[in-house]
Design a protein around this ligand. Structure first.
Ligand SMILES: [Zn+2]
Length: 287
């Protein structure tokens, strides 16, 4: 979306990029992000980034703004912009519960909230990250007991590093794909250390598509995603989204990504003024 000429996870002359997942990549003369997002994005693309720390006031175009942690992955940010008539909080991808490798999300009150809705249906009720962690370790232990190599499939940026950190804390050595290793090196620059990466690792982590070839390895696999076998998600589930809204207390809500239409309908049933963002983008209501 573009508001007052400022792109929010959309390309514009001045564009805010909430985090380093490729579906949020933007182009612009200036791209505003956190430092971690810049470093992670530079693994794949160029661009001139202007970086800001969380909680520090700055100007984006003519408007005062601040970044707040979104809790989705290392460096993921929400942006708060004080426009003339109202304040706006744009979440990007967001997580209420704290993950081990992402900054703890912080939410502030705003008049208008633009919130992601990837899992915006009540059926999406995920275990907390700590509960999911126990399930993960149980899977690893059961696989090892059966003489099989635990093989975890996950998004190579963010989720894979979260798994790596959990396995590190529980004392497992891990073999990872080259891409996961590259991203992990950037995480280490920002203080998230991994002491357990090894070519002979007893657990394997791989991307969904670029699976490590594991000749002769007798493995048992687990897909780690809100849509997969183990719902260790770096997105808010429906109930986390509701908690976020109750904290931000917005007068208007616009939903973006995933179940935007359905989530907005549910919110209207809860007496919020809510619409899917795509319905208003060309109406001038937000621009
Ligand atoms: Zn994302």
């Amino acid at each position: 979306m573009i508001i007052r000429g400022i792109g929010l996870d959309s390309s514009a002359e001045i564009a805010f990029q909430s985090h380093a997942h490729t579906d949020h990549f933007v182009s612009g003369k200036v791209i505003v992000s956190t430092k971690a997002t810049k470093f992670l994005s530079h693994l794949k693309k160029g661009g001139f980034y202007k970086t800001y720390d969380f909680g520090k006031a700055f100007y984006i175009g003519d408007y005062k703004a601040k970044l707040y942690p979104a809790g989705h992955m290392l460096g993921s940010a929400q942006i708060y912009i004080k426009l003339d008539e109202f304040s706006l909080l744009y979440t990007g991808d967001v997580k209420w519960f704290k993950l081990r490798t992402a900054e703890k999300a912080k939410f502030r009150r705003a008049d208008v909230l633009v919130i992601e809705s990837t899992y915006g249906l009540p059926m999406y009720n995920f275990p907390t990250p700590r509960e999911a962690e126990k399930k993960l370790i149980a899977f690893v232990e059961q696989s090892l007991d059966k003489g099989k190599t635990p093989m975890l499939y996950a998004n190579q940026m963010g989720k894979a590093q979260e798994l790596l950190k959990i396995l590190d804390l529980h004392g497992y050595s891990v073999r990872v794909s080259r891409e996961i290793l590259k991203v992990a090196k950037v995480y280490e620059k920002f203080g998230i250390k991994f002491r357990n990466i090894s070519k002979e690792g007893e657990v394997l982590i791989s991307g969904f598509k670029n699976q490590i070839s594991f000749n002769g390895v007798h493995s048992s696999g687990l897909f780690v995603s809100g849509f997969g076998d183990l719902k260790l998600s770096n997105h808010a589930d429906f109930w986390e989204l509701i908690r976020i809204i109750e904290t931000v207390k917005p007068e208007k809500i616009y939903t973006r990504y995933g179940y935007a239409r359905e989530f907005a309908r549910i919110l209207r049933g809860l007496e919020y003024d809510a619409k899917p963002l795509e319905d208003v983008l060309f109406s001038g209501e937000l621009i």
